[in-house]
Ligand binder design. Structure first.
Ligand SMILES: NC(=O)c1ccc[n+]([C@@H]2O[C@H](COP(=O)([O-])OP(=O)(O)OC[C@H]3O[C@@H](n4cnc5c(N)ncnc54)[C@H](O)[C@@H]3O)[C@@H](O)[C@H]2O)c1
Length: 317
């Protein structure tokens, strides 16, 4: 990266989670001084083992915890959120964490805005729902199909409003299906790759909802993190799709994982589910390429290989 994070005071909300803990590891490598705010709802203390970080066990829903967390901080990565499955079961809690939580971060930053250099908010491809056009551009219509998408888009709207109205320096990254080490399949809200690898290594059937011809754009964790760091140094008020621009069907993914793990597992098709019932999804990442001078470096094969190796090192999970 051209700009240095060395010695910068950084807050990562949701820093004990999958993406958060990987981000924290990278920030430490870059020489940043890192603090985490996490209520350990899905985050794990184990993810932070051996890392030199200050941990505030607290809640983004509680403004006093947020005030404490942002004290002396220059850069904020706001990742704390409830994910799609749990959101659908408890939409009110989802609203509190994802929308009110984000509002609290913005409100607290506004009160000491001169000290905050940048906030990066991590949003989701979910806000596009079943896209009208492929690949998906940032300005394409939003299609809200579940409470999670609603809460993430509402949070984005507050980010835009606080940038436009108060000049709070914020950028937004919209991730598409991130996967990689530290995505534990024991987290019921984890992604499909982590579940498939876990089942394949145990020789259990790989459960596929529907015909398996639905597609997703799978992003390797290191690529997602590199884009997130670069978003810190872009001019504020921008929104970036973060993916690969490559569409992969769930059937192809399942078969690749079976082959790569040498598993005897079979693919088991069951009735398609209502949640996240999106037929095709692939991102246009040209804006991120151009502005962030970023592009995905790890292809699906290499990303799966790294993730499978990590699973084997972790033992049975
Ligand atoms: N994983 C993906 O594929 C993906 C895709 C799109 C967007 N995102 C976004 O990226 C971010 C990180 O997701 P992840 O996959 O690492 O999920 P995760 O569940 O592993 O991490 C979320 C973290 O937030 C913490 N948290 C939840 N509620 C909190 C609260 N009220 N106060 C403080 N901390 C709280 C959890 O304990 C956890 O550590 C989220 O904002 C998510 O919406 C992820």
């Amino acid at each position: 990266m051209e700009v240095s994070l060395k010695g910068r005071r950084v807050l990562v909300t949701g820093g004990a989670g999958f993406i958060g803990s990987n981000l924290v590891r990278r920030l430490i490598k870059e020489g940043a001084i890192v603090r985490i705010l996490d209520n350990f709802f899905t985050g794990r203390k184990k993810n932070l083992e051996g890392l030199e970080v200050e941990v505030i066990e607290g809640d983004v829903e509680n403004i006093n915890d947020v005030y404490r967390a942002i004290e002396d901080i220059e850069i904020i990565f706001h990742l704390a959120a409830r994910n799609i499955i749990v959101s659908t079961k408890e939409p009110y809690k989802d609203f509190l964490t994802n929308t009110l939580g984000t509002f609290n971060i913005l409100q607290a930053c506004l009160e000491r805005r001169s000290k905050i250099e940048k906030i990066v908010y991590t949003s989701s491809v979910s806000i596009y729902g079943n896209p009208k056009y492929l690949p998906i551009n940032e300005e394409d219509p939003k299609n809200i199909l579940n409470p999670y998408a609603a809460s993430k888009l509402a949070a984005e709207s507050y980010c835009s409003a606080f940038f436009e109205t108060y000049g709070l320096p914020i950028n937004i990254v919209r991730y598409s299906n991130v996967y990689g080490p530290y995505q534990y399949p024991t987290n019921p809200y984890c992604g499909v790759i982590s579940k498939f690898i876990s089942w394949a290594l145990k020789g259990e059937p790989l459960i596929v909802y529907g015909d398996g011809e639905q597609t997703r754009d799978f992003t390797y964790i290191e690529d997602a993190i590199e884009a997130t760091l670069r978003a810190t140094f872009a001019s504020p008020g921008l929104i970036f799709n973060i993916g690969t621009g490559i569409e992969t069907s769930i059937n192809k993914l399942a078969n690749l994982i079976i082959e790569m793990t040498g598993s005897k597992s079979q693919v088991l098709h069951i009735e398609k589910r209502d949640i996240d019932d999106v037929r095709r999804r692939v991102m246009n990442i040209e804006f991120a390429r151009r502005i962030l001078r970023w592009g995905p470096k790890v292809d699906l094969y290499q990303g799966l290989k790294n993730t499978i190796e990590w699973f084997k090192k972790e033992g049975e999970i």
